[in-house]
Design a protein around this ligand. Structure first.
Ligand code: NAD
Length: 487
């Protein structure tokens, strides 16, 4: 196996990063590009041995990093952000080649956000605090103590953005990390290891292990020295991880799938509704937050559909490296098969194809809208994770809310209405971690992010991230440091 491969002109190390050095595995797996299916290289295929080594390295590095002052930790996190910005173009091209998402969004949105993840949590750390309060003259002081080694497991749809959303607060909090990126998009995590080392992060504080989740996952998530597991991915994997973590009652944060609704009321600005609706094809539909179920008031459904079809017809699908492309490929032939299976079963079940409904070729799925779908059907209830949307109609606000809430998920909801009172009423009744009113995908790291029901456990963002990655401690001190006044 070559230790390094060249991807988009950038050299990427294919080995693990454990304890501040590169470590190979006896076996490898092939990583291919969704753009054309070409094999990019052979990547180290870690198993239990590599998991043990990485956790041991994280454990050994923990006392030193935990004892490092907040100011110094923040300084190093800012240095990592500097490194990301310096190598932004390289990260963007490697990520696009590896996971097929648009180069222009990696350049302008995603990689700047990766740098921001480090800056934000570095700055938040410095102001993290809770006002002391008094109990019968005693002072209560709340502190956020580092928890220990953290295992962070991430998916392929936004690899570096999602990984650093976890890595940054975990490191800021004084923890050490073992990061396991997805096997379909392993490359930018390896570049992050280089960047962190160049920024002066001590050896063992960040470790990156590669491999199939089914082979390396259990050894990471059942390890007794791991004090936090943060996972972003699918519900079946989350259940498996929760079972494995149960052995040590390791605290878990889970960011999972969704089947989020877009509610369009008759009083909505229809052009806005259609703009937001077409956005749901972003990243070829491989976005956990995507509002994949259109719920449209029946009096405007025909007009909404007409305008949606017209606008969707203007989207360009093709090579994600081209500036003019709106929709790139799907991640892997297996994902395309899965997407097509959902669509063909829905059609067999009576769904009508408004647009799309089939693969374009081996890498791309045509943007699809299906209607005449039953609320209890698979296509309405299950996450497809591809450019497949459904449209249903409603005739009253109550019905809209009922349909919106009637899945096992609760990640997000978007509503479009011209009536602020309606917006307030409906929002209050929606089960979702994030609700957008007349907008979509406006995000802020200060806000709590996460899902209800099967969409997740816990929240990330701002102080919520530190609450998860730390052991909170309340220290009660008697007046003058001593008291006989117990109770
Ligand atoms: P997945 O669950 O198949 O894999 C996610 C990660 O888990 C990968 O790194 C994989 O190697 C690892 N894994 C697999 N088996 C494991 C095991 N037994 N133990 C430990 N790790 C294991 O998910 P995916 O297909 O990569 O990602 C798509 C899913 O992620 C979708 O459901 C999507 O909605 C969800 N997602 C959620 C969010 C969110 O913030 N809520 C964001 C992005 C993606």
């Amino acid at each position: 196996m070559a230790d390094k491969i060249i991807v988009g002109g950038v050299s990427v190390d294919t080995r693990h990063w454990i304890g501040g050095r590169r470590v190979a595995s006896a076996e490898t797996f092939a990583d291919s590009s969704p753009i054309d299916g070409a094999v990019l290289g052979e990547i180290a295929r870690g198993g239990p041995g590599e998991a043990q080594a990485a956790v041991a390295a994280a454990k050994a590095a923990f006392p030193g990093w935990a004892a490092t002052s907040r100011g110094e930790r923040a300084r190093i996190l800012h240095a990592i952000a500097d490194g990301v910005e310096k190598r932004l173009e390289e990260l963007a091209i490697v990520e696009t080649t590896d996971n097929g998402a648009l180069l222009r969004s990696h350049r302008r949105g995603v990689m700047p956000r990766v740098a921001h993840n480090f800056r934000f949590f570095a700055d938040w750390l410095l102001k993290l605090g809770h006002e002391d309060f008094e109990t019968r003259g005693h002072t209560n002081h709340v502190s956020w103590d580092p928890a220990g080694p953290c295992v962070l497991i991430t998916p392929w749809n936004a690899p570096l953005m999602l990984a650093t959303w976890k890595v940054a607060p975990a490191l800021a909090a004084g923890n050490t990390v073992v990061l396991k990126p997805a096997e379909w998009s392993p490359l930018t995590a390896s570049l992050l290891a280089d960047i962190a080392a160049e920024a002066g992060l001590p050896a063992g504080v960040l470790n990156v292990v590669q491999g199939y989740g089914s082979e390396i996952g259990d050894a990471l998530t059942s390890h007794p020295d791991v004090r936090r597991i943060s996972f972003t991915g699918s519900v079946p994997t989350a259940k498996r991880i929760a079972g494995s973590a149960a052995a040590n009652l390791t605290p878990l944060g889970l960011e999972l799938g969704g089947k989020s609704p877009l509610l369009v009321f008759a009083d909505a600005d229809l052009d806005l509704a259609v703009d937001l609706a077409v956005e749901q094809y972003d990243n070829a539909g491989q976005v956990c937050l995507a509002a994949t179920r259109f719920l449209v008031e029946e009096t405007v459904a025909e007009e909404f559909t007409r305008r949606f079809v017209e606008k969707a017809g203007q989207l360009t699908q093709g090579d994600p490296r081209d500036e003019g492309t709106d929709i790139g490929p799907n991640i892997h032939p297996r994902q395309l098969e899965k997407i097509d299976g959902f669509v063909q079963r829905a059609v067999a079940d009576g769904a009508r194809v408004v647009i799309g409904g089939q693969r374009k070729d081996a890498q791309y799925y045509a943007p699809t809208l299906l209607t005449d779908v039953a609320q209890d059907s698979e296509i309405v209830q299950e996450e497809v994770f591809g450019p497949v949307l459904t449209l249903q109609t409603f005739s009253s606000e109550d019905e809209a809310i009922r349909l919106a809430n009637d899945t096992r998920f609760g990640l997000a909801a978007t509503l479009v209405t011209g009536d602020p009172e309606r917006a307030e009423r409906v929002t209050a009744q929606l089960v979702a971690g994030t609700v957008w009113v007349n907008c979509f995908f406006v995000r802020d790291l200060q806000a709590p992010f996460g899902g209800s029901r099967l969409s997740g456990v816990g929240r990330e963002g701002g102080t919520w991230s530190f609450d998860f990655y730390c052991d909170l401690k309340n220290t009660v001190t008697a007046p003058n440091g001593w008291s006989r006044n117990h109770g």
